[in-house]
Design a protein around this ligand. Structure first.
Ligand SMILES: [Zn+2]
Length: 301
């Protein structure tokens, strides 16, 4: 500490240290064990998943839309990676527009089943394009995070569940079906839902965090904002809406998450691999990993 600090400033600094220490103590997990440090991933961990989704679209008429083979192959790709990593996976069927839709649910064994942290992204594209930013990017962010949980053999205080929703593009049908089927006690057991829709937008260089508004979990929104601020990235607040967190908000389940915003090629054929910025996508994934590690370490709100 510099000796040139005036006494009042020194007192302020010391108070700041004391506050920081008490904040650290408050963030410690309930068990009194220090939370393990979150891992950091690189482009090599994230981008291969987007490459795989692009190839699936390429061999299936250029899209991965609800009711198509491109969608079921996308589900199979994500599920296989999760099964190999030790997740318990389940496919939940629903119907929309006369076609079968699928939600992929993956549970990481362990954690308190009465305190579920659910993290999800929609896996379907529109029919007009391959949907690599919207929403291969969010799907890959969530998949990479789940695989890091497995790699770390994380022993979370909360139960960790991951989901890839079908038929978001025609109107949030997959996530709405999942929420509708939850028994009352199942709804109550979900502490929080985190949603990721477009996390690698090339043109925006911004992070829009679900932080404020009805059913937004402000503390988690603040945790995301702090993660980005610590790395020099500005964030903007968006309310819940326009993606699958709406389905959870309607059922009174708090949510957060973020998006990198609307890309130039949204819902067009040019929403391909070149429409995703690898650095943005990787930063988004590390943000989810960092905050999920914090949330997983405690069952307290
Ligand atoms: Zn989307």
């Amino acid at each position: 500490m510099k000796s040139s600090l005036r006494p009042s400033l020194l007192a302020a600094r010391l108070l700041g240290v004391a506050l920081a220490l008490s904040a650290l103590a408050a963030a410690a997990p309930a068990e009194g064990v220090a939370a393990p440090a979150a891992p950091t991933v690189s482009e090599r961990d994230v981008m291969p998943h987007l490459d795989a989704l692009q190839r699936i679209a390429d061999r299936n008429g250029g899209n991965r839309a609800h009711g198509t083979r491109g969608y079921t192959e996308s589900v199979a790709y994500v599920r296989q990676a999760l099964d190999r990593a030790g997740f318990r996976t389940d496919l939940q069927r629903f119907e929309h527009d006369g076609k079968a839709g699928w939600n992929l649910i993956a549970d990481w064994p362990g954690g308190d089943p009465n305190h579920v942290l659910l993290t999800g992204a929609h896996l379907d594209s529109v029919e007009q394009g391959p949907g690599i930013n919207d929403n291969g990017s969010g799907s890959a962010t969530v998949l990479t995070t789940a695989l890091q949980v497995a790699k770390a053999r994380l022993k979370p205080a909360r139960h960790l569940r991951f989901a890839w929703w079908g038929a978001e593009e025609p109107g949030l049908f997959g996530s709405a079906d999942y929420v509708d089927r939850l028994p009352a006690e199942g709804r109550g057991a979900i502490d929080l839902y985190l949603n990721f829709d477009q996390t690698g937008s090339r043109n925006t260089q911004q992070w829009l965090v679900v932080q404020d508004g009805p059913q937004a979990d402000e503390a988690t929104g603040q945790a995301f904002a702090s993660w980005f601020a610590a790395r020099g990235h500005a964030t903007f607040d968006i309310g819940v809406g326009g993606s699958d967190n709406e389905s959870f908000g309607n059922a009174g389940i708090p949510s957060s998450g973020f998006s990198t915003g609307i890309s130039d090629c949204i819902h067009e054929a040019c929403d391909n691999l070149a429409n995703v910025d690898p650095a943005t996508e990787t930063t988004s994934t590390n943000a989810l990993i960092g905050v999920l590690w914090q949330l997983a370490a405690t069952t307290r709100p």
